[in-house]
Ligand binder design. Structure first.
Ligand code: MLT
Ligand code: MN
Ligand code: ZN
Length: 305
């Protein structure tokens, strides 16, 4: 299977339009060693021709322009994207859908009932798309048993599980978390048997996760924050990383520690917030990740399993 990182940044991207944190300011001025990153999305293919898009970032048009395999020319209107999987209903993972409204063929969208509810009520993107291309919604079960396939996505099979988190601010059940508000997905190549775990939003290693992570040849997980109080320390937010569903990399029980049992897998952090020091390629924090065998995703990164 081929995995292509379309956007490795968290909400806001890097640099963020209104942010003057040391990273964003330093990137604009060219005084730090770091790469720009668009907002959170990957695409996956089992045959190199037909691709499944995971999340639809506000930067999707730029991301498609920069990755020609998503634009094959088999018909007057055509795309290499055969299906879209949404892992939550957050702005950075869904608003790009409005940019994919053209055409007579319905968008094929896989998401949980909870995400579908948010995207037809609090943030009714799917209703709006109904006035353009239209949408075929395919529900994702989160029992960890039911697998699903996507017609046209050769050799790929998916298993989703619910992850503990909160629904977005505009969700009708914002303060009442439900299974399926956020999912993690095990992506399997049925031809090679290789597996990739993908969860750009992961607040906690819950007991149902290790059996899935153990199977993975590549673990792509939440790389949002380095410390639990990163946003508080910079005066940018009053909430901790964990409280908004993002396990920080450092500290006791942090992501570096949590990933250490998984020896066979390639470990890659994705959905990296612009405040995170790991974005600086010569930072001590980046060196610490490297010592733990953990990579930092960047836009355009290709992983072949
Ligand atoms: C998150 O990952 O916590 C959200 O997507 C933040 C946002 O984009 O507003
Ligand atoms: Mn996000
Ligand atoms: Zn910033």
């Amino acid at each position: 299977m081929q995995i292509h990182v379309l956007g490795a940044g968290a909400g806001g991207g890097f640099p963020q339009w209104n942010c003057n944190c040391p990273n964003c300011d330093g990137l604009r001025k060219g005084t730090i060693k770091a790469k720009r990153r668009t907002q959170s999305s990957i695409c996956v293919s089992g045959d190199g021709i037909n691709w499944v898009l995971f999340n639809t970032s506000p930067d999707i048009l730029q991301q498609i322009q920069e990755f020609p395999p998503l634009q094959p020319a088999r018909a007057i209107r055509d795309s290499g994207i055969v299906g879209i999987v949404l892992i939550d209903a957050q702005i950075d993972h869904t608003t790009g859908l409005l940019m994919l409204r053209e055409g007579q063929v319905k968008r094929e969208i896989w998401c949980t009932d909870m995400v579908y509810q948010d995207l037809t009520t609090g943030n009714p993107l799917l209703n709006i798309l109904g006035h353009y291309c239209g949408v075929n919604h395919h529900p994702i079960a989160v029992d960890g048993q039911t697998t699903f396939e996507i017609p046209g996505a050769a050799n790929l099979r998916f298993t989703a599980v619910a992850l503990k988190s909160a629904a977005p601010p505009y969700s009708p059940h914002r303060n009442d978390p439900h299974p399926g508000d956020t999912i993690g997905v095990l992506i399997e190549d049925t031809k090679t048997g290789k597996k990739c775990w993908y969860s750009p939003g992961l607040g906690e290693i819950e007991p149902h996760l290790p059996p899935l992570l153990e199977q993975a040849d590549c673990i792509m997980v939440d790389g949002t924050f380095w410390t639990n109080t990163e946003m508080i320390d910079m005066g940018l937010m009053t909430k901790t990383a964990r409280s908004i569903g993002h396990l920080p990399q450092s500290g006791e029980g942090g992501m570096m520690e949590a990933l250490s049992p998984y020896k066979k897998a390639r470990k890659v952090l994705i959905h990296i917030n612009n405040t995170n020091p790991i974005l600086r390629e010569d930072s001590a924090e980046r060196a610490e990740l490297e010592r733990h065998g953990i990579e930092v995703a960047y836009d355009g990164m290709d992983i072949v399993l």
